[in-house]
Write a protein that binds this ligand. Structure first.
Ligand code: ADP
Ligand code: MG
Ligand code: MG
Length: 896
């Protein structure tokens, strides 16, 4: 087991053993950058420490002490020496960066005797005692688990009593007084004195860092970010350099480029005459790095050249910690800098163009999910905000509107031209029409996967969920701002929500429109050259289709027709159609719907001219278009109690109630929906098909190239599809007549019932394409009703790790994925030309996209705003996995 390694022996590839910080310190040392010498105690030791029930391995300290000897030689100082004392820092360093989770101690090696030696050798007592008080405080924090306020309180009191404003003004004498108080407070809380033996200091510090691997916040952080517990942390012991020795000294942090915009300038802060953490701790306001150029031009020049060298070396933007001691620059840490989505794109394209990285590497640097941030409207950061409360950032983007508290009001107000935000305790599928017209949705209950969140994300609408300070009170919402202050959101009041951060803001805020920057357009073009999967979109309106096309969609993978039935002026006609007792009555209602549907399809065909449009025939059960059964029953009993009531109204309600009761199902998810509806009421599907082909003819007359793909939902048995296909073909012949051959239509099915997947070989006989409807397929494969699972037992399952993740968000590859693989293979063996793809929320998820690529599907379909990130993810899949061997590739040959 390798236990201790000096910086000059390691390198950047040894992160697993040396931790990120240690590996990069070694790498910087190796390439000749100015790094104070030191060594790393490996993560193997950390694992051994925990394996032995928190005991450091036998003999470790002899190795540490011999490494200390080498340090002493390198520095010409001795650890614990009363004349020339060597001081070190003990720094934690995990494999995966866990910012702020673990601890570091500076100035180790000081005690009552060596502090005087340091004062004499530097001729600066103020400095020496400043270092000593910092050591005692950090030691108390890290080794004795003492809260910072014990020390902060004493520091503030001393400064106040002695009349010091700033830390660097404090005199040696004053520090001495404080040190005595610090020691007393340690003795009181730790039950032992601050160790004067420097070796004991080192031992305790190393052990404390290993211990900190399992502190509460580190455990939580690992859980959230799925960092394995076995990774462990390394410990770095490094000789000190001092930024607190005067005005030609200081400490700072610098990014080699601007991490929020990607602009190519040094970006960071510097604090003169200060040590380590002072920059982030906010002790004084640091100066921008540009000022360093004026104050200490030579240091700035060193920093600039180190930054260039590091960036070249790591081939990425670096986040660097540095200290300046008496005009000389030292580097203390470097890592790839965290960045916003905007900067990520800018940087990737920038590095490719500078020739630092390849296009493939540039694409791989983008986190597709992160791009979500870029493609939604955002709050203009320059404006001041009156933040009322915060909830979960459930669907990105920002929106402003007037608060409304139910879906019907939302609809009515929006029809009157108002912008509304739908505020509810939670939303249910019955609120969908309100969500549809709202600018955004705010709920007080429910998580990131609640109905409101899922629906809003699908529609690319901003949503804040689970905003608990908001409580419903009749026609208003109370907002608990603090324990004692409550505000109220009244109906009609202007509010704004920020779905990227979860903030709820009073009033109107300035919004920025999303746009594809020139850099993103360029990056996406590179991705298009590399990817094999086609990217389609789910769009039900010409607006959405147009938006998706501008984001690069290559077709519509799912156009749902039920929203076309749900628009307010059509609902009465649809109800008339459902309630009709006589075929003639029904035919009349359908005849009224036909031109409306036709014009919907014309709009979508025009928006997608030249590209395939997959239209799914009506899917939901009919009762969804009728009023709620319980409400009707109440209304009926009220009306029938009124003696001289309106008999006409009574009859109408009675009739409606009878129909609703007759359509009522115990389990609608498994009831009369999809093609089952089409088989029982062929006239509905016939009307839809007629509308599609009439629209196609109209578009052809306008010289618009139309490619309708007609999709039959919820097929489970081949004969269902066979019958529906005959219906479509018959209707096509009827409507198109002599022009039949000019409209290139296809007929296919959604594979969303497990039986359809299993018998895909037979089903493919009647299908030109399969679209895997992974939402229903997941529901039916797992036997979960999504509405009854999410927020209920499924949340428990995920939290207690019964399931690795929510299968409605992350495709269950082992279960549902196996069905998809089987069905695609069987389908293609029956019909090699069969086109396959997935639609639904999974289509916008990176892991699912990788899966579809690996399985050789032809396309994925996702919501319009996800199209750009799907293009990137599809390219990443091609780069990471290569192309599947038996690819029925529809894309032309690859280029670099
Ligand atoms: P974190 O991981 O919390 O940033 P670090 O180990 O990087 O903790 O150290 C905290 C601060 O102390 C940083 O500002 C770092 O630059 C500084 N520091 C660490 N070691 C030394 C050293 N040997 N000499 C001077 N400053 C140091
Ligand atoms: Mg650091
Ligand atoms: Mg379905």
């Amino acid at each position: 087991m390798l236990r201790v390694m000096p910086f000059e022996q390691g390198n950047a590839s040894m992160k697993h053993l040396l931790g990120g910080k240690g590996a990069n310190l070694a790498e910087m040392t190796r390439v000749g950058l100015p790094v104070p010498p030191g060594f790393t105690i490996t993560t193997d030791v950390c694992r051994a420490y925990y394996a032995a029930d928190r005991k450091l391995p036998e003999g470790l300290f002899e190795e540490v002490l011999s490494a200390m000897k080498q340090l002493e030689q390198a520095k010409g100082e001795r650890f614990g020496d009363s004349e020339q004392p060597l001081l070190v820092s003990v720094r934690s360093g995990s494999v995966t960066s866990m910012p702020g989770m673990m601890d570091t101690i500076l100035n180790l090696g000081l005690n009552d005797e060596t502090v005087e030696g340091l004062a004499r050798s530097t001729g600066d007592a103020r400095f020496a005692y400043d270092c000593y008080r910092r050591l005692i405080q950090m030691f108390g924090n890290v080794v004795f688990d003492m809260e910072g306020y014990h020390f902060e309180f004493l520091l503030q009191r001393m400064k106040q009593q002695q009349g010091f404003d700033q830390d660097h003004q404090v005199t040696a004498e004053a520090w001495k007084t404080l040190i005595a108080e610090y020691k007393a407070v340690i003795a009181k809380h730790a039950g032992r004195s601050f160790p004067q033996q420097v070796i004991e200091q080192l031992q305790l510090a190393v052990e404390a860092v290993f211990r900190s691997w399992n502190n509460h916040r580190a455990q939580i952080y690992r859980n959230i970010h799925q960092i394995p517990d076995e990774q462990g942390t390394a410990v770095n012991v490094q000789s000190m350099v001092f930024g607190n020795m005067g005005t030609d000294c200081g400490t700072g942090v610098v990014f080699t480029r601007n991490p929020s915009t990607g602009e190519h300038i040094l970006y960071g802060e510097f604090l003169m005459n200060a040590q380590g953490e002072d920059v982030v701790a906010g002790v004084r306001t640091p100066m921008p790095i540009a000022k360093l150029e004026e104050e200490l031009p030579e240091v700035y020049a060193q920093l600039e050249s180190a930054a260039i060298k590091l960036e070249k070396h790591y081939r990425d933007m670096q986040d660097i910690e540095f200290t300046v001691e008496k005009g000389k620059l030292y580097l203390l840490q470097t890592r790839n800098g965290k960045r916003t989505a905007q900067a990520a794109v800018q940087l990737a394209v920038g590095f490719v163009k500078e020739g630092t990285i390849t296009k493939e590497e540039g694409i791989q640097r983008i986190e597709p999910f992160h791009l979500d941030q870029l493609l939604h409207r955002a709050i203009d950061t320059s404006s001041e905000l009156d933040v009322l409360a915060s909830g979960l950032p459930a669907s990105p983007g920002a929106a402003t509107g007037q608060a409304v508290f139910d879906a019907d009001t939302a609809e009515a107000w929006s029809r009157a031209g108002k912008k509304v935000i739908l505020v509810r305790s939670e939303t249910t599928p019955e609120d969908i029409h309100g969500v549809l017209v709202a600018e955004g949705v705010l709920t007080s209950r429910g998580g990131m996967t609640s109905h409101a969140a899922v629906v809003a994300r699908g529609m690319g609408k901003p949503c804040v969920c689970g905003c608990e300070p908001i409580r419903l009170r009749e026609r208003a919402f109370d907002v608990v701002v603090t324990d004692s202050v409550t505000a109220t959101i009244a109906e009609g009041e202007w509010i704004s929500i920020d779905g990227a951060t979860g903030r709820v803001i009073r009033g109107v805020v300035q919004l920025r429109e999303p746009e594809l920057t020139a850099e993103l357009v360029e990056l996406l073009a590179w991705a298009d050259d590399i990817r094999r999967l086609q990217v389609y979109t789910n769009a039900d309106t010409p607006e959405d289709a147009g938006k998706a096309r501008s984001f690069g969609a290559e077709g519509i993978g799912l156009c749902r027709t039920e929203h076309m039935f749900m628009s307010p002026e059509r609902v009465p006609v649809v109800r008339g159609m459902i309630l009709a007792d006589q075929p003639e009555e029904r035919a009349a209602a359908l005849a009224e719907l036909l031109p409306m549907q036709q014009s919907d399809f014309e709009g979508i065909f025009r928006a997608m001219a030249g590209l395939p449009v997959t239209i799914r025939l009506l899917d939901p059960p009919l009762h969804e278009f009728l009023p709620n059964m319980e409400e009707l029953a109440i209304q009926y009993s009220l009306l029938s109690q009124q003696k001289i009531g309106n008999t006409e109204e009574l009859q109408r309600v009675e009739r409606m109630l009878r129909k609703v009761r007759s359509l009522h199902e115990m389990n609608p998810m498994l009831g009369t929906r999809g093609c089952r509806l089409g088989l029982i009421h062929p006239e509905i599907y016939e009307m839809q098909v007629e509308a599609i082909f009439r629209a196609a003819l109209q578009c052809l007359d306008e010289k618009v190239d139309v490619r309708p793909d007609i999709m039959i939902p919820l097929v489970g048995h081949e004969s269902e599809l066979k019958i529906m296909r005959e219906l479509v073909d018959r209707k096509a012949a009827e409507v198109l007549g002599a022009r039949l051959s000019t409209v290139h239509y296809r007929v296919g099915t959604m594979i969303e019932v497990p039986r359809a997947a299993i018998t895909a070989g037979s089903i493919a006989k009647h299908a030109d394409f399969f679209s895997f409807g992974t939402n229903d397929l997941t529901q039916m494969t797992l036997g979960y009703s999504r509405d009854d699972a999410e927020g209920k037992f499924l949340t428990h399952y995920v939290e207690s790790k019964v399931l690795p993740s929510n299968p409605f968000q992350v495709l269950d590859q082992e279960g549902v994925g196996t069905l998809i693989r089987w069905a695609a293979a069987q389908g293609k063996s029956t019909k090699p030309q069969l086109k396959t793809g997935i639609c639904g929320e999974h289509g916008g998820d990176k892991e699912s996209i990788f899966f579809c690529h690996a399985e050789g599907l032809d396309y994925i379909s996702c919501s319009p705003y996800r199209v750009p990130l799907a293009r990137i993810a599809a390219a990443q899949a091609a780069i990471a996995l290569g192309n599947p061997s038996e690819q029925a590739s529809i894309k032309p040959a690859q280029s670099a």
